[in-house]
Design a protein around this ligand. Structure first.
Ligand code: ATP
Length: 577
């Protein structure tokens, strides 16, 4: 009992008094909101390293006057020190110049790092952005660059390779789309030089939904000119099999599988690609995709190709692979690696066992909550089952999305979410990365995440573009050995966790491999399963009885045919006996 009380009261609380200043600055108070925090206009300052949207809100448009940029480059000190990175740092130490911009907690590493620029105007002046692209920025509501954009855009515009790590929701997409489109200058259809023909830029993302979203961002920048940007799909792949069509394409955005299928069938060539971007690079470089990525990278054989990788998380192994793929790269880290924004209030909730999760979630939704909410489960059947349970329990506007659904079902679910028709979206890892549903205020990890990276990306669906969010993670007894890993992330983000979690032993690397991978039933409500089994049994009994009666009737017919007498009914037979 004592242990239960300890665990159930063990939710992680954000230490508002310790981070009072941040809380005030991040807060745009909305009356009635459960997430409402105190607003105090008198102290409108925040530690700049925590505010990744600082520029986007109030930049002056002038070049950065950071004192650190006045110092000789060699003297500038590195801020970002993470033990996990050491191997990689050392292997690239020689000849590098480190240029931390301490003020914004952005760490840059590499040689001849271009100056970061704090306004789109400054970027436009320095790098002559095509006018229509520059104008489309403000039309799309992008008035000032975010931290990652201030740093990454000049680097890519200087034709440098880049490994960029920046927290979820900080604007990485624009960080690569803007420089890539600016470098291409104009749609191929308006160019005379035939040597330019063929796809010139390629963006790879791990899921179809994310590729679609990136494509939409691309269309925003392309407004007013005849850019041919293609979201690669089964249909577009067959259209692009025609070389004449292919030659007029500027940018392809694709998932790896689809692209490799076309490469292997010889209906696509990537020889003219000058810019290759891997979004969610650590996912793309993991075992599931790495062979396809290798094939794609090999197919992009242009000698002057520029490559860049982006993610909110880049574990040491993936970073090593990525860096090996790049040529004299610059590495930038905004904030701390693998660390969510402090804007997301994180908590851990003890739920004992799998069957206790549903009642806990129903209790959660019985309180006022701020839709839309994203709920993560570990498998497709569990996502469907949970969505069904919530609906059966009368919770309105529940939707489901997972990779087992058809393309149309998935597209519809995304668009219902974007239009605000869905209040609760139950999903799997497929929604964990990159998806930008601006309004998501709450994320619930119904099933424990399978890695620190998965946790960071899942909860990063909220707290985007400077908004606040809330993330709740259910944990069972089986998940407890991995709590420490998540607790460390929470601590790194400047929030507090109960002492008992901090005192837990850190799971070994071997053990972390099985994190969140416990075998869970496909149906989230056992009672429903029993009810279902009963119903199935009853149906089978009725069907069996009907079959037996029909068989008996046939036999009786046969008999009457043989002896010419009417068969006795069961009742008659009984009476006669
Ligand atoms: N300069 C900007 N000013 C205002 N809003 C911006 C700016 N840049 C990006 N945004 C908005 O911020 C949100 C997050 O951007 P984006 O999806 O590119 O983030 P991300 O860093 O790629 O996140 P993730 O790691 O989850 O993929 C989007 O809604 C985007 O429109």
């Amino acid at each position: 009992m004592e242990a239960f009380q300890l665990l159930s009261s063990g939710g992680v609380r954000f230490n508002k008094s310790k981070f009072e200043k941040d809380v005030r600055l991040f807060t745009k108070t909305k009356p009635g909101s459960r997430l409402t925090l105190k607003d105090d206009a008198s102290s409108n300052e925040m530690p700049a390293e925590l505010d990744f949207f600082k520029y986007a809100r109030n930049a002056t448009g002038k070049r950065k006057q950071d004192s650190s940029s006045q110092q000789p480059l060699e003297k500038r000190r590195r801020v970002d020190e993470e033990s996990e990175d050491e191997g990689i740092e050392n292997s690239h130490e020689q000849g590098t110049t480190e240029r931390p911009t301490e003020k914004h907690r952005v760490t840059s590493k590499g040689t001849d790092i271009p100056e970061s620029l704090e306004s789109f105007e400054a970027i436009h002046e320095e790098y002559r952005l095509p006018t229509h692209i520059y104008q489309n920025l403000s039309k799309s509501g992008y008035h000032y660059p975010t931290s990652i954009q201030s740093h990454a855009i000049p680097i890519l515009l200087k034709s440098r390779d880049l490994a960029a790590i920046s927290p979820t929701g900080t604007g990485k997409t624009l960080s690569y789309l803007l420089p890539v489109m600016s470098a291409l200058q104009a749609p191929i259809s308006s160019m005379k030089d035939a040597s330019e023909l063929g796809v010139r830029a390629l963006v790879i993302a791990p899921t179809r939904e994310l590729a679609h979203q990136i494509h939409n961002e691309c269309l925003k920048l392309a407004q007013g000119r005849k850019w041919r940007t293609v979201l690669f799909s089964k249909a577009t792949a067959s259209t692009l099999a025609d070389k004449n069509v292919r030659n007029k394409i500027d940018i392809i955005i694709s998932t790896p599988l689809r692209l490799v299928a076309s490469l292997q069938s010889g209906t696509l060539d990537l020889k003219n690609v000058r810019h290759l971007i891997l979004d969610e690079a650590d996912r793309l470089l993991d075992a599931e995709f790495s062979a396809q990525i290798e094939e794609i990278v090999t197919a992009c054989s242009h000698p002057n190709i520029q490559k860049a990788v982006f993610s909110a998380t880049l574990p040491a192994g993936a970073e090593k692979t990525a860096i090996e793929m790049l040529r004299n790269p610059i590495r930038i880290v905004v904030g701390l690696k693998d660390t969510p924004l402090p804007l997301i209030l994180q908590s851990l909730t003890y739920v004992a066992d799998d069957q206790s999760k549903l009642p806990s979630l129903l209790t959660y939704f019985a309180q006022p909550y701020s839709p839309p909410v994203l709920v993560f489960t570990s498998t497709q059947p569990r996502a469907s089952s949970l969505a069904e349970e919530l609906t059966l329990h009368g919770i309105p506007n529940v939707d489901c999305l997972h990779a087992g659904m058809t393309k149309k079902e998935r597209d519809d679910a995304v668009s219902r979410m974007r239009q605000g028709q869905s209040w609760i979206l139950v999903s799997t890892e497929v929604m964990a990365r990159g998806m930008d549903f601006k309004g998501v205020r709450e994320v619930i990890n119904y099933d424990f995440p399978t890695s620190v990276q998965s946790y960071v990306h899942r909860i990063g669906r909220t707290g985007r573009a400077g908004r606040e969010g809330k993330a709740v993670t259910f944990f069972t007894d089986e998940d407890a050995p991995f709590l420490k890993s998540i607790a460390n992330v929470i601590l790194q983000a400047g929030q507090t966790v109960p002492d008992w979690i901090i005192k837990l032993p850190k799971p070994s690397r071997m053990k972390r491999r099985v994190m969140g991978k416990v075998k869970r039933p496909e149906v989230v409500n056992d009672a429903r399963k029993i009810g279902r089994q009963d119903a199935v049994k009853r149906r089978e009994m009725i069907a069996g009885s009907k079959r037996r009666k029909a068989k008996a009737a046939v036999q009786a017919d046969k008999q009457s045919g043989q002896d010419g007498t009417r068969p006795a009914t069961t009742a008659e037979a009984d009476n006669s006996s």
